[in-house]
Design a protein around this ligand. Sequence first.
Ligand SMILES: [Zn+2]
Length: 369
Amino acid sequence: MLTVFSSPGHYVQGRDATAALGPELARLGLAGPALVVAAPSAERLLTEVWRATFGSAGIDHAVHRFGGECSRAETARIAAAATAAGARTIVGAGGGKALDAARAAADDLDLPLVSCPTTASNDAPCSALSVLYSDGGEFESYQLVRRNPALVLVDSSVIVQAPARLFAAGMGDALATWFEARTCVAGGVRNMRGGRSTAAAAALAELCHRTLLADGAAALAAVRAGVVTPAVERLIEANTLLSGLGFESSGLAAAHAVHNGLTVVPQTHPYLHGEKVAFGVLTQLVLEGAPAAEIEQVLGFCRRVGLPVTLGGLGLAGADRELVERIAARATAEGETIHHEPFAVDVRSVADALLAADALGRAHGPSSD
Ligand SMILES: [Zn+2]
């Protein structure tokens, strides 16, 4: 098996970074017209900045308002809008689903993608992977696209205007990176790009984990106050760049499969990707028989930053065995990344791990639900 590392071509982060978007496109030779796929919040905050920055670079642009779900229907709408605008570059601006939809449409049209996350809520911005859902919000499939974004541009002053809950959810997603990478590297399994992990990707995943533990709580406090600090910048980088490169180039394991399992239950739909992944981390550690001290560290971190550690924290208080087995059945579906674990997993063992993780979470302290 070959060793493969995959990353965006260029990464830019900082205060008011959006003002540099047009010149960055020009510098990288990304031609207009650009179609901006914008979540409503991005459109509200950035319409004037886009006008100025694209104008200064002499790049025409049009805006397509994202429909809210990364579904086949939405990616077709984006592709139609891009074709109508004669777009030669697609810019995604918003949360993970808006970026994923823009990425899938850009790949369908063989156009370069520029990724401008307005939240640090997940590890989607840097990747060459879109998560597709049904129009009803149920996980459907992963779409592996040919290329990572040509440019990822993260405006820290925009990130801190998003709800703090999104920032915390990004830490939940980033929390999974090292644990899933570790499992994949130890097992020598294929990463998301079909190769073995580089030492570089594993080191980035480990740095992601250390950054979360060192700066996570302080960064979240700053985001709650709506301010940018060095800790916030480090966490944005951890949630976006380190987590993105770590998961893509080292691999996913049980935590994300448990997330996918949780999405089959409609009560979990109001909860964010990273919130479900955080509980997936806890479940993975139980499933792997991880040391108690490690589980305790994860529980403590999740509690400090308000990530769910119980089924009740995901709208599933009092879930019975039958419901938990439905989640486990989806988590263990053929082709799921849970099969990267170095032992056989089945519905029974995963349902047991989910219930044991829930019991540990409930025993750990006051419920956050
Ligand atoms: Zn994720």
